[in-house]
Design a protein around this ligand. Structure first.
Ligand code: PLP
Length: 360
């Protein structure tokens, strides 16, 4: 068996220790004689898995008691609709900080439910920086302010939650969830699909402050009404049991790694290694303003774009697949989530050096 350094943006690499445990427990979960895939979600074994996962997630993030943690389906894309359905009253409005491609999708979807105002968006959609706070146009009467803490496609990240006054802040944390400590209390809602940094595809986590629960429009489907889901302890219908279980193992792995402080240090080192090399080598270029560069998705371009395919083929042959940039922006993207070891980033830098030597 040989495992590669998988730089895919998502679904993405998982910690090897977690995969090994899943393998070991696959046919017989702790003496139950069955796989987690085969268990009733109402029986004790799965209930214990679910409860422990939530407790570990709360511990990792320091989730205050006045927040619910919901385990849902529908992805972050689902939340683009469920957030306005739950938080925006009929005829109401919300503000959107659009700093990349996912923010664009979020505001477009919200526009189906009311007025989705662009509080800020770089001219010509040049998503290579976060515009200065003085340029934002925030409405104090907005139902909420939505932002994308990490824009996965462009590699632009907020390193602190934005300051938005008293309006509830909603963050799409899909691609930097659990990559560093976050002030949960600065947010009204945080949501994330698991498949980038927290587990397998199929599970969506929503962390929502109690006072924002129970305001959904009457037409909101019950399985996406935060109140109905919270009252049903995320088991209003059959939850994505296996993804919930694997994510729970990832939470335990993160606690073993020194929690989110430990991950933040490691992630900063990994990103620093890559950006320092890119900045030192004229053959490569990262267009993002240094203060806003993502620690999770490092985008870069080659000085000779006609060599993109050669670069990708060589990387794949060297055991480093998944480096192709998103089709909308081209170039390269190295997704270096929690589970990417430092050795993987070092191997990529070594490959990039060798590529310049032979092709530059
Ligand atoms: C991947 C991603 C999404 C889409 O997630 P799905 O779970 O596929 O709906 C949305 N927002 C961000 C920031 C992402 O990285």
């Amino acid at each position: 068996m040989s495992r590669v350094f998988n730089f895919s943006a998502g679904p993405a690499t998982l910690p090897e220790a977690v995969l090994e445990q899943v393998r070991d427990e696959l046919l017989d979960w702790r003496g139950t004689g069955m796989s987690v895939m085969e268990m009733s979600h109402r029986d004790k074994p799965f209930m214990s898995i679910a409860t422990e996962a939530e407790a570990d997630l709360r511990k990792l993030l320091g989730v205050p008691d006045n927040y619910k943690v919901l385990f849902l389906q529908g992805g972050a894309t689902g939340q683009f609709a469920f957030v306005p359905m739950n938080l925006m009253p009929e005829g109401g409005s919300a503000d959107y900080l659009v700093t990349g491609s996912w923010g664009k999708k979020a505001i477009k979807e919200a526009g189906k439910y009311g007025t989705a105002n662009t509080a800020v968006r770089p001219a010509d959609d040049k998503f290579d920086h976060i515009p200065a706070r003085s340029e934002w146009k925030l409405d104090p009467n907005a139902a909420y302010v939505h932002y994308t803490p990490n824009e996965t496609i462009e590699g632009v990240e907020f390193h602190q939650p934005p300051e938005v006054g008293g309006v509830p802040l909603v963050g799409d944390f899909s691609s930097n969830f659990l990559s560093r400590p976050v002030d949960v209390a600065a947010h009204g809602v945080m949501y994330a699909g698991a498949q980038k940094n927290a587990g397998p595809a199929g599970l969506t986590m929503v962390i929502v402050r109690d006072d924002l629960i129970g305001k959904a429009r009457p037409t909101t489907p019950s399985i996406f009404d935060y109140k109905a889901v919270a009252d049903g302890e995320s088991m209003l219908n059959t939850p994505p049991c296996f993804a919930w279980y694997v994510s729970g193992l990832v939470f335990k792995w993160l606690l073993d790694q020194g929690g989110l402080e430990g991950m933040a240090e490691r992630n900063a080192r990994k990103a620093g290694l890559l950006y320092d090399y890119i900045d030192s080598e004229p053959f490569y270029d990262n267009p993002v303003a240094p203060a806003d560069r993502s620690h999770m998705n490092v985008t870069f371009r080659l000085a000779k774009p006609d060599l993109d395919a050669t670069f990708l083929e060589g990387a794949k042959a060297a055991g480093m697949p998944g480096l192709k940039g998103h089709r909308s922006v081209g170039g390269m993207r190295a997704s270096i989530y929690n589970a990417m070891p430092e050795a993987g980033v070092q191997a990529l830098v070594d490959y990039m050096k060798e590529f310049v030597r032979t092709n530059g």
